[in-house]
Ligand binder design. Structure first.
Ligand code: FDA
Length: 305
C-alpha cells in the first residue's frame, strides 16, 4: 500500500498541468511546511532565523524541467539574484540548483552558458553552489557538466544518489577531482534496471558511499533524515578520527526539526536545504512520496486546518 502511494505521488510530481496551476495559485495544501516562501525575501528571513540558531543553509529557487530558452534565462537570473542577496544580506548560505532549470533538456551550449554565468557570479560573491541530481536519464549528463565546471571553478559540488547501482563507481571515478559531494538516497521514480528496489540495499550502498568518499579524504555532505545512516556516520568518523570539518549533515527545511537542532548542539555542522519560489509542486509531491503520513498535511491544508 505504502509503495503504491509513493509511486502515485512520484507520478503526480511529473504532471505539467498541475505544475502550471500550482505556480499560478501560490503555496497551497500545506506546502509551506516544506517551502520557505514564494519569494527570495521570504527565504532570506528563513535563512536568518536558521543562521541565528547556528545552522548554515543552502537555498534552492524551485524549478525544474524547463523546456524553453527564455525561461532557462529567467531561472539563471533568479540564481544570480539569490547569490547577490546572500552576499548583500551577509547570510551563511550556499546555493542549490537543478540543471534542467538552466536548460539541460534544451542544449548543452545553453546549459553551459547559463551555468558559467551563475558560477562567475558565485565566484565573485564567494557563494558555494551545489548541482542537485535529478532523475537517472539526466545523471550522466549532469556529472559531465559538473566535471567541466569543476575544472574551471572550485566552489562547486554535486549530488550522488545511493539508490543507483552506478553510484559507487561514480564516487570512485570522481575522486580525481577531490570533490565536495552531497550523498543522498535519491528521490525519483527509477526502474529496477538502474536502481535498487529494496530500501535495505539502498541503505547499505549509502554507507559504502559515505565510507569511500570520507576515507578518500574528501569533504562529504550526508543529506538524510535517517537516524541509522546518521549514527553510522558518527561511528565511522570516530573510528577513523575524521575531523569534524571534513563533513556535514544536511536536512530539508521543515523535516525533523528537533533532530536538526540536536545534531547541531552535539557539535556537528548541520546545513538546512531551504527551497523557495512558486514552482513548488514537484518538490512538494516528492516530499509526500517519501512519507505518505505527510498526506495529512494536505488534507488539513484543503480543509483549512
Ligand atoms: P528515509 O526516506 O529512509 O527517511 C528516514 C526518516 O526521515 C523517515 O522515517 C521519516 O521519519 C523522515 N523523513 C524522510 N522524508 C520525510 C518527509 N518528506 N517528510 C517527513 N519526514 C520524512 N534527492 C535527489 O534525488 N537529488 C538531490 O539533489 C537531493 N538533494 C537533497 C538535499 C538534502 C539536503 C536532503 C536532505 C535530501 C535531498 N534529496 C535529494 C532527497 C533524498 O534523496 C531523499 O529522498 C530524502 O532525503 C528522504 O530520504 P532520507 O535519507 O531522509 O531517508
Amino acid at each position: 500500500m505504502e509503495q503504491a502511494m509513493r509511486d502515485f505521488f512520484l507520478f503526480l510530481a511529473k504532471n505539467k498541468t498541475m505544475t502550471k496551476l500550482a505556480k499560478r495559485y501560490g503555496l497551497k495544501f500545506g506546502a509551506s511546511r516544506f517551502v520557505a516562501g514564494a519569494s527570495l525575501d521570504s527565504s532570506i528571513s528563513a535563512i536568518k532565523k536558521l543562521n541565528e540558531k547556528g545552522m548554515p543553509v543552502t537555498i534552492d529557487h524551485l524549478g525544474e524541467f524547463v523546456d524553453n530558452e527564455l525561461e532557462a534565462k529567467e531561472m539563471t537570473e533568479h540564481c544570480i539574484d539569490a547569490i547577490k542577496a546572500i552576499s548583500k544580506e551577509n547570510v551563511n548560505s550556499q546555493l542549490s540548483l537543478k540543471l534542467t532549470s538552466m536548460g539541460l533538456d534544451i542544449s548543452d551550449d545553453l546549459v553551459m552558458a547559463n551555468m558559467r554565468k551563475i558560477m562567475e557570479a558565485a565566484e565573485k560573491y564567494n557563494v558555494f553552489v551545489t548541482i542537485d541530481m535529478e532523475d537517472y536519464s539526466r545523471c550522466e549528463k549532469t556529472l559531465e557538466i559538473f566535471k567541466r565546471l569543476k575544472r574551471e571553478f572550485d566552489n562547486i559540488s554535486t549530488v550522488i544518489q545511493a539508490y543507483l547501482y552506478r553510484s559507487l563507481d561514480d564516487v570512485k571515478n570522481l575522486n580525481e577531482y577531490h570533490p565536495n559531494l552531497r550523498l543522498v538516497k535519491g528521490a525519483y521514480k527509477e526502474s529496477q534496471e538502474v536502481a535498487f528496489p529494496e530500501k535495505s540495499d539502498v541503505d547499505e550502498n549509502y554507507k559504502k558511499l559515505i565510507e569511500t568518499h570520507l576515507l578518500n579524504g574528501n569533504y562529504t555532505a550526508i543529506a538524510t533524515h535517517d537516524d541509522e545512516i546518521i549514527n553510522y556516520t558518527k561511528d565511522l568518523v570516530k573510528k577513523h578520527s575524521i575531523p569534524y570539518d571534513q563533513f556535514e549533515f544536511q536536512m530539508l527545511f521543515g523535516i525533523k526539526v528537533e533532530r536538526q537542532e540536536q545534531l547541531m548542539q552535539e557539535g556537528y555542522k548541520m546545513r538546512i536545504y531551504v527551497p523557495y519560489g512558486n514552482d513548488w509542486y514537484g518538490y512538494f509531491m516528492r516530499r509526500l512520496a517519501e512519507r505518505p503520513a505527510n498526506v495529512m498535511f494536505v488534507v488539513k491544508g484543503v480543509f483549512g486546518k
